[in-house]
Design a protein around this ligand. Structure first.
Ligand code: SAM
Length: 279
């Protein structure tokens, strides 16, 4: 039984990092005219109203997107992300936050395909409503880990994958690594993005080591810690691991992450921007 609903967390600091990286990767991947397949293994509902009871219950967006709403950065990538979120809001006040499916849809062109997996029955209905009307978009109420493997290699021979599980099943940490290893064997040139929460640092260390041990090349890691690691229950940081990243992503994140720490983190906050495995 799945209990996680992203509507409680939309627009929080973890979403800011995840969607900033996603927008950078998709922006780069859609420069060339050649068709692209985008695969979102854990899609969520796709679009969130911040005045709705779920978002209001936690108000996590107030620690994330709301802190950036009036901010002008010296870095284009952060401004582009803020403008992207503004484009989903009709007025100048923050009322809506797009999930990864709507962000991806913004970048996908006529020649591209988008594949969106979601298992929660209620979020699946919302996702179908939010993503309807485009022939190139397919929503599937299936397990995204298995769904991803079934789509590889893609007919387009170019793919961008986001793996963003809720990790409420602790096995997800292992399943992510096993799925990436399988996916990479089928299609080594895809760009794979893995989101992770830092609740228990050891689990992330093991994930990183699992990917390194698998012999996969060209892995980068970007992490935003809103506070220092703690033994006490709760997420204090989150990250994105990117396999086969666009060539400028690391430089962009080196520039943007210190600013995000300043804007979103407590004094004990930190960031990581690392080439985990060389090209
Ligand atoms: N990617 C979304 C975004 O950035 O807006 C948020 C996704 S949320 C963190 C994770 C979603 O995965 C939840 O909606 C949950 O119902 C769904 N889910 C959990 N296990 C799944 C599975 N094995 N396959 C597909 N979806 C799954």
């Amino acid at each position: 039984m799945l209990s996680y609903r992203h509507s409680f967390h939309a627009g929080n600091p973890a979403d800011v990092l995840k969607h900033l990286v996603l927008a950078q990767v998709l922006g780069y991947q859609t420069i060339k005219d050649k068709p692209l397949d985008y695969i979102d293994t854990h899609s969520g509902a796709g679009f969130f109203e911040l005045a709705a009871p779920d978002a209001q219950k936690t108000q996590e967006y107030q620690d994330g997107i709301e802190k950036l709403w009036q901010h002008t950065s010296q870095h284009g990538a952060l401004n582009d992300y803020i403008e992207l979120i503004k484009s989903f809001n009709e007025s100048s006040s923050l009322a809506f936050y797009p999930g990864s499916p709507k962000i991806a849809e913004h970048f996908l062109r006529r020649q591209d395909k988008g594949w969106f997996f979601e298992l929660h029955p209620r979020d699946l209905v919302l996702l179908e409503e939010n993503m309807q009307g485009k022939r190139s978009i397919r929503v599937r109420g299936e397990n995204g880990f298995a769904g991803l493997i079934g789509l590889l290699p893609p007919a387009s021979r170019r793919a961008c994958v986001l793996i963003d599980p809720p990790y409420e099943i602790k096995d997800d940490y292992n399943t992510v690594v096993q799925t990436i290893v399988k996916a990479h064997q089928r299609f080594a040139t895809g760009t794979y993005m893995i989101w992770y929460p830092v609740v228990d640092r050891e689990r992330i260390d093991n994930m990183e080591q699992g990917l390194i041990d698998a012999g996969i090349k060209n892995i980068q890691l970007f992490e935003l810690g809103t506070e220092a690691d703690t033994e006490v229950h709760g997420m204090t940081a989150s990250g994105m691991i990117v396999i086969n990243p666009p060539w400028k992503l690391k430089q962009t994140m080196d520039d943007v992450l210190p600013e995000l720490v300043n804007l979103l983190s407590k004094p004990s906050g930190f960031y990581r921007s690392e080439q985990l495995v060389a090209e």
